[in-house]
Design a protein. Structure first.
Length: 131
C-alpha cells in the first residue's frame, strides 16, 4: 500500500477537487489517497487540483513508484539412504524473484536452520522404525 499526501497550495480560494492518477490505470479523488499496486512495474504519479474558482494545476512525478516482481519460495530435496537412522536429507533453495534472499528452513520437527551463505542445507533425521 502506498500513501499519497496532498501538499498543494490553493493560491486564492480553497482547493475543492483532487484527482490522483497512479500510473497503472487507477485513480482517486480523495485529498489524501492510498493505492495498492497489483502488478510489477515503474509508475509515474500525477495529482491535479482545482480550487473553488475553477483554477487548475497539476504536479507529475515521473517513475516515482517501483514495484518489484516479488519472490516465489521453492526448493529441491534429495535423500540418501533412508533405511538407516540417521537419514540425511539435502535441501537446495530454488527461490525466484528480484534481489538476494535469506533462507529460514523449518523442518517440522521443532528444528530449523538459517543459512545465508551456503546454498544447501543438510538435515540428519533419526528415523522411527516401523514393523
Amino acid at each position: 500500500m502506498v500513501n499519497y499526501f496532498d501538499k498543494s497550495k490553493p493560491g486564492s480560494g480553497v482547493i475543492n477537487n483532487w484527482s490522483w492518477d497512479f500510473g497503472d490505470g487507477n485513480a482517486s479523488t480523495l485529498q489524501q489517497a492510498s493505492h495498492k499496486y497489483t502488478r510489477a512495474g515503474i509508475f509515474s504519479i500525477t495529482l491535479s487540483v482545482i480550487n473553488q474558482y475553477g483554477c487548475k494545476n497539476s504536479s507529475a512525478r515521473k517513475d516515482l513508484v517501483h514495484i518489484n516482481k516479488g519472490v516465489t519460495a521453492d526448493y529441491d530435496t534429495k535423500s540418501g539412504n533412508i533405511c538407516h537412522s540417521p537419514a540425511t536429507f539435502s535441501f537446495t533453495p530454488a527461490a525466484t524473484g528480484d534481489g538476494s534472499f535469506n533462507y529460514v528452513w523449518t523442518f517440522g520437527d521443532g528444528t530449523s536452520s538459517v543459512q545465508t551463505s551456503l546454498p544447501t542445507v543438510i538435515k540428519k533425521q533419526v528415523l522411527t522404525p516401523f514393523y
